[in-house]
Design a protein around this ligand. Structure first.
Ligand code: F6R
Length: 366
């Protein structure tokens, strides 16, 4: 059942070119400009005309919501709030008419997400579910929704479900933007063409596996890790840190790179590996300065960069090159080396990567 892989997690990481295409199948066609999510029909206008979108999730699903926040705000010009389900449900949240909720959950059974969504529903909000498990509680109790179609995810650490969530949420955003006219036809078509190339670019990232094994070997005994990114790559930093923590038990923190100087910079010394997600995008120059700040304090820099980057390889100890794409789609690509890095480090440390201690695949109690 592991298809020749040593663990489900590795199999699921390698499945991503296919799971992302499965997620797009029948929904997106760049050559015709077709983009349609079959599960969103009757309430589609609610989304297009939303005054505000509230995204509710936990864990890795909360990270995909953070990426989606940037995508929706940039292309749809709709304000988005991303909420931890557990906080939202207990603080008497303000929900107005015209607010739309998107509940995101791989399992569709997470107790806090389900309860938060029911609360929003009782206050009159329209709920869209983005779930992987067909027929799950969150899927059944949403007004409408879109499945991620990533196939069963067995490894406790979420990998292919995360990239499928990003795929669905980005498709939703582009569909809304196109309907609203908040992006030009040209930009829309350009993005669809880029989007369709993502599975092939993810495939290219998987070819980095051997290089990542070598880097993992050098850092497997670290006791702390810092992950830094800006813009679309900030949630990727959070996700990279979470993956490492949960399966290797190494303490790791993800931060927006600019926040470093407000505290975490105090941690940096020659013992501290710092993973920068520093692909070429609108915050590139800023993140280059952040790398310099870490180097000045002798931190060990591992940088995820865009292929052909000439500058960062001169600064970082280790560089992992990923294919270029539109910055809004980059998380689908830049997260792949981070999944592999945490996987290999965990295996080298003798951890049970598919079933890390204290964790369950679906958290049905609060
Ligand atoms: C991380 C992980 C958890 C889940 C979280 C939400 O790898 O698996 O953080 O993302 O428990 O689960 P779902 O998406 O099923 O609601």
């Amino acid at each position: 059942e592991k298809g020749g892989y040593e663990h489900f997690m590795l199999k699921e990481i390698f499945e991503q070119p296919r799971s992302i295409s499965d997620c797009m199948r029948g929904r997106l066609n760049a050559s015709t400009g077709h983009l349609m999510l079959g599960g969103i029909r009757e309430y589609a206008n609610k989304l297009v005309n939303a005054d505000r979108i509230i995204m509710i999730a936990c864990g890795t699903s909360w990270h995909s919501a953070l990426v989606a926040e940037y995508v929706f705000e940039e292309f749809c010009r709709i304000p988005v709030e991303v909420e931890y389900a557990s906080e939202f449900r207990y603080r008497n949240p303000v929900i107005n008419e015209g607010d739309v909720v998107i509940a995101i959950s791989q399992s569709g059974e997470t107790a806090d997400t389900l309860a938060a969504m029911e609360l929003a529903k009782s206050k009159g909000a329209i709920i869209f579910g983005v779930c992987n498990v067909v027929g799950s509680s969150i899927a059944r109790n949403s007004h409408e929704g879109a499945y991620t179609h990533a196939g069963p995810e067995i490894g406790v650490a979420s990998t292919k479900a995360f990239t499928a969530q990003l795929t669905v949420l980005t498709m939703m955003a582009l569909r809304v933007a196109h309907r609203k006219g908040s992006i030009t036809e040209r930009k829309y078509r350009e993005l669809l063409v880029e989007f369709e190339q993502i599975p092939a670019k993810v495939e290219k990232c998987l070819e980095l596996n051997e290089d990542i094994i070598k880097i993992s070997e050098l850092f497997k005994d670290a006791t702390n890790f810092l992950y830094l990114g800006r813009g679309y790559n900030f949630p990727v930093a959070l996700e990279g840190a979470l993956k490492l923590k949960e399966i290797s038990y190494i303490h790791a923190e993800g931060y927006p790179a600019a926040e470093m100087k407000h505290g975490p910079i105090a941690l940096i010394d020659e013992e501290m590996p710092v993973v920068f997600i520093a692909t070429r995008d609108s915050s590139y120059d800023k993140i280059v300065s952040n790398i310099q700040e870490v180097k000045a304090r002798k931190g060990k820099v591992i940088a995820i960069v865009t292929e052909g980057d000439a500058l960062i390889p001169k600064m970082a100890e280790f560089v992992i090159e990923v294919p270029s794409t539109n910055e809004a789609l980059m998380p689908l690509v830049s997260v792949i080396p981070l999944q592999l890095l945490s996987y290999h480090i965990a295996v080298m440390r003798g951890c049970n990567v598919d079933q890390p201690r204290n964790l369950a695949k679906s958290v049905t109690v609060e």
